[in-house]
Design a protein around this ligand. Structure first.
Ligand code: MG
Length: 336
């Protein structure tokens, strides 16, 4: 490609669009389904229930410690499929690119998507690119839509949650939100903050053996852990009680949040899962989670009770109890 930046003509649908697709995307994502170059992806699906999830990514900056918008765009959709209990199979993607974006940046993003997709075993099978005038977008926005198959016996949904179920979070909370905020604001801390952005495929491979002892899973992205707990308390019509001292927060993240007046329980995560599990299976699941590198800091943080329904209570470090509310307004904008 002779140009080093995106031009409006790259979105023309003509020769330059073709070059862009061939040199940036097809090279990175090669697979037999995409190579057929039909108007859409054509593939076989196994019999059973499918899960489908879509997400758009508008994060700024495009590259951050621990990831980039490409990696994030795979992790976000893959983790949503995993939260549905699905094994991710196929992914589509759409790019809205701002005129002037360096083509090298786009190549890095496409390569990062390919690498992350390979780790998970999900195939990028169809895509679209559009170009908008300088000032009409911010670098690049990416949408991904994924489908996955749900194995027999897996049924994760809030309606199955019962009083006494335990709540597990699979690791430190708040890392992603803080890493993005720090980079954007040029803040440096003695321990650098790194996003937890990761596709949780280790969880998929391990967790299926727990079958219906797992009641529900959700990834605590925007709004953080506190918001997910509130959403689920309402959807499941139960009360939730957690203990602040049991919630894993990296010391560096806690320190930085204290300094900035932020609460890590409301900060976004991009490589964590909140799991509601039957009490009798909780310890065994926790032991298994702690054996995996992606979930080694997992912890049981609380349990479900009979009420007041829809309410999340937190026992503070000092032994007091308060309501842990849902996120109000915007905490850190454009973090995913
Ligand atoms: Mg989600």
């Amino acid at each position: 490609m002779t140009q080093d930046r995106i031009l409006m003509a790259h979105g023309s649908g003509g020769l330059m669009s073709q070059h862009l697709i061939d040199e940036v995307f097809k090279q990175a994502w090669q697979n037999e389904i995409m190579e057929a170059m039909l108007d859409g992806a054509v593939f076989e699906i196994p019999a059973g229930r499918l899960a489908m999830s879509t997400d758009s990514f508008v994060i700024t900056p495009l590259f951050f410690p621990g990831g980039d918008i490409g990696k994030l765009s795979i992790c976000g959709t893959v983790n949503d499929l995993l939260a549905c209990g699905a094994t991710p199979l196929y992914l589509s993607t759409a790019f809205i690119i701002e005129e002037g974006l360096p083509i090298d940046d786009l190549k890095k993003i496409a390569a990062s998507m390919a690498k992350t997709a390979r780790e998970v075993g999900i195939k990028l099978v169809t895509g679209d690119t559009k170009v908008v005038e300088k000032g009409s977008a911010d670098g690049v926005f990416i949408n991904t839509t994924g489908i996955g198959i749900i194995p027999e016996g897996i049924d994760y949904r809030p309606g199955r949650i019962r009083s006494e179920d335990k709540i597990i979070v699979t690791g430190f909370v708040g890392d992603h939100g803080l890493a993005i905020l720090a980079q954007r604001e040029g803040l440096t801390f003695s321990t650098p903050t790194v996003s937890d952005c990761a596709p949780l495929y280790q969880l998929r491979d391990m967790i299926s053996k727990y079958g219906d002892a797992i009641k529900c899973m959700r990834d605590p992205t925007r709004g953080g852990l506190a918001t997910v707990l509130n959403e689920i308390a309402v959807q499941a019509n139960v009360g939730i009680r957690v203990k602040e001292s049991d919630i894993p927060v990296a010391p560096a993240v806690q320190g930085a949040c204290d300094m900035l007046g932020m609460d890590p329980l409301y900060m976004a995560n991009e490589g964590k899962m909140v799991i509601f599990v039957a009490a009798e299976a909780a310890q065994s699941l926790l032991d298994d989670l702690r054996k995996l590198s992606q979930t080694q800091n997992a912890a049981i943080i609380g349990q479900v009770n009979t009420g007041p329904s829809g309410m999340v209570l937190i026992e503070t470090e000092l032994g007091a109890e308060r309501i842990l509310g849902i996120l109000e307004g915007e905490h850190v904008p454009r973090i995913c």
